[in-house]
Design a protein around this ligand. Sequence first.
Ligand SMILES: *Cc1c(COP(=O)(O)O)cnc(C)c1O
Length: 291
Amino acid sequence: MEYAILNGELIERKDAKVDIEDRGYQFGDGVYEVIRVYNGKMFTAEEHLNRLSESCEKIGLNPGFTKEELKTKLEQLIGKNKIGFGTVYLQYSRGISPRNHAFPGSEVPAAFVAYTREAARPEENMKSGIKAILTEDIRWLRCDIKSLNLLGNLLAKQKAAQSGCFEAIQHRGHTVTEGSSSNIFIVSGDKLVTHPADHFILNGISRQKVLEISHENDIPFEEKAFTIDELLGADEIFISSTTAEVMPVIGIDGSPVKNGKPGELTQKLQGLFLEKIEKECGSIQTGALNS
Ligand SMILES: *Cc1c(COP(=O)(O)O)cnc(C)c1O
């Protein structure tokens, strides 16, 4: 039997249905997280749950559960569903209430939902690298909130998919911001550069891990906006996200990045990222199916 969490209750997944007047469904009025599971353990759960609290706070949503309560519930869910390698999706919406743009009163509780999915690490793409397109960033000005409102991101990702690409690299004018569901790093000389964590990007937990790893290993880095020209002239490019980890970008808009192969520093960071995972979740067999 597969389970999901609906408003804090562990129930059978097929019974987990939402009301048509759930504000997440009608307005995208809510926030979410995706947490990676390795060896049945959540990776960087603390960081994700902290960011979820921050997202809630930024939109004035009063979460029904503490971080500790959520962590325990998610652990139960992962255990019940026997997830070895996969993801947990969790979201808060601003509850169920007659449709009205203004927020409902405080008597309406936030609605919490979580479910799991099995997924192997994307080893093939991590090894060979992925292709991307460039597209104008048409999203709103609070991209720092992990909002359920993802239309801008979806339109970008669909454009990439239609070009046979894995990701869309978004830019505001000449400035590169982030991917549709990932952060972007370039390697320029021996230095790593990524957009600063301001309102124009979602500050990825994987992004923060890469910066932490760089700091610990004396790899020079800078959080600084860079241009499309700097991107296209970069020695290496990679994206980071919970599901993609550190993923080399080997082509943009049909042209190869340098020699069209994953870069050296990118590969080094992949190895160091895996070490972080293993430190938290135990050793991982690579090259196997992982689930
Ligand atoms: C979730 C997300 C990311 C990556 O964040 P991680 O915490 O590393 O998974 C980057 N950009 C956007 C727009 C996202 O929604």
